[in-house]
Design a protein around this ligand. Structure first.
Ligand code: Z5A
Length: 212
C-alpha cells in the first residue's frame, strides 16, 4: 500500500457541511501558500469540468434523476479520473488543497441510507490525504449563512444526517477546526496545521492509499 517518495507535495483535504466555509478557506490558503512561493494548486470535487462531472452537476441541479448507488459511483469515478494527475502533481512537489473528497462521497451517500462499507469500497486505491481538516459547524448555524440554494442536499434535515455520517467517519488523525470562528481565525488555525503537514511530506512521509 505504501510508496516511497521524497520532497513531495501534500494532499490536503477540506471537509464539512454545506456552507461551512471550505471554498472561502481554500481560496485564502491557496493565496497564502502561493505568495510564500510554494508550488500549490486548488482542486475541488465534484470536478464539474469532466464528462462525469457534468452528469453529477446536472443531478445536483435536479435536472436529472439517478439511482442513489449510480450517483455514488459517479462521484467516485470523478475522483478516479483525476487520480493519476493527482499523483503526478504530488510527486513533482505540488501541494494540492482539495475541497471535498472521498469522505464527502461516503458521508452524503450513507446519509441517504446506503451501507457505509459499500460506500467506501469504490474509493479503495485512491490516494489517501496527508491531512483531513474538518470545518465544524452545526447544520442550523450553516443554514443561517445566506440560506440554501436550489441544489439537491441543501436542506436542513438532510444536512443533519450528513453531520451524523461525518461524525462516524472522523478519526483521531483529522484536524477539527471550529468553523463558527471569524474567517480570519479559521484561516490562521488552518495555516498552522497545513504548514506542519507540508513539512512532514517534504521530509519524506510516504504516500498511501485509501483506506489506510
Ligand atoms: N457530494 C457528494 O454527495 N458526494 C461526493 O463525493 C462529493 C460531493 C465530492 C456539491 O458540492 C454537493 O455534492 C455537496 C456534497 C455533494 N452538497 N451539499 N450540501 P459543492 O462543493 O459544489 O458545494 P458545497 O460544498 O456545498 O459548497 P458551498 O455551498 O460553496 O459551501 P462552502 O464552500 O463550504 O462555503 P463557502 O462558500 O466558503 O461559504 C458559505 C458562506 O458562508 C459564504 O457566504 C461565506 O462568505 C460565509 N462564510 C464562510 N466562512 C465564514 C465564517 N468563518 N464566518 C461567517 N461566514 C462565513
Amino acid at each position: 500500500n505504501k510508496e516511497s517518495s521524497s520532497s513531495r507535495g501534500a494532499l490536503i483535504v477540506l471537509e464539512g457541511l454545506d456552507r461551512c466555509g471550505k471554498t472561502s478557506q481554500s481560496g485564502r490558503l491557496y493565496k497564502y501558500l502561493d505568495d510564500q512561493g510554494h508550488s500549490v494548486e486548488s482542486w475541488r470535487f465534484p470536478d464539474r469540468n469532466t464528462g462525469v462531472g457534468q452528469m453529477i452537476s446536472s443531478y445536483l441541479a435536479n435536472k436529472s434523476q439517478l439511482d442513489d448507488h449510480a450517483i455514488h459511483l459517479l462521484f467516485s469515478a470523478n475522483r478516479w479520473e483525476k487520480r493519476s494527475l493527482m499523483e503526478e502533481k504530488l510527486k513533482s512537489g505540488t501541494t494540492l488543497i482539495v475541497d471535498r473528497y472521498s469522505y464527502s462521497g461516503v458521508a452524503f451517500s450513507s446519509a441517504k441510507g446506503l451501507d457505509i462499507e459499500w460506500c467506501k469500497a469504490p474509493e479503495i486505491g485512491l490516494l489517501a490525504p496527508d491531512l483531513v481538516v474538518y470545518l465544524d459547524i452545526s447544520p442550523e448555524k450553516a443554514a443561517e449563512r445566506g440560506g440554501y440554494g436550489d441544489e439537491r442536499y441543501e436542506q436542513l434535515e438532510f444536512q443533519k444526517k450528513v453531520a451524523g455520517s461525518y461524525l462516524s467517519l472522523r478519526d483521531s488523525s483529522w484536524k477539527v477546526i471550529d468553523a463558527t470562528l471569524s474567517i480570519e481565525d479559521v484561516e490562521k488555525k488552518l495555516r498552522e496545521v497545513v504548514l506542519d503537514c507540508m513539512m512532514t511530506c517534504h521530509k519524506g512521509k510516504p504516500m498511501s492509499q485509501l483506506w489506510p
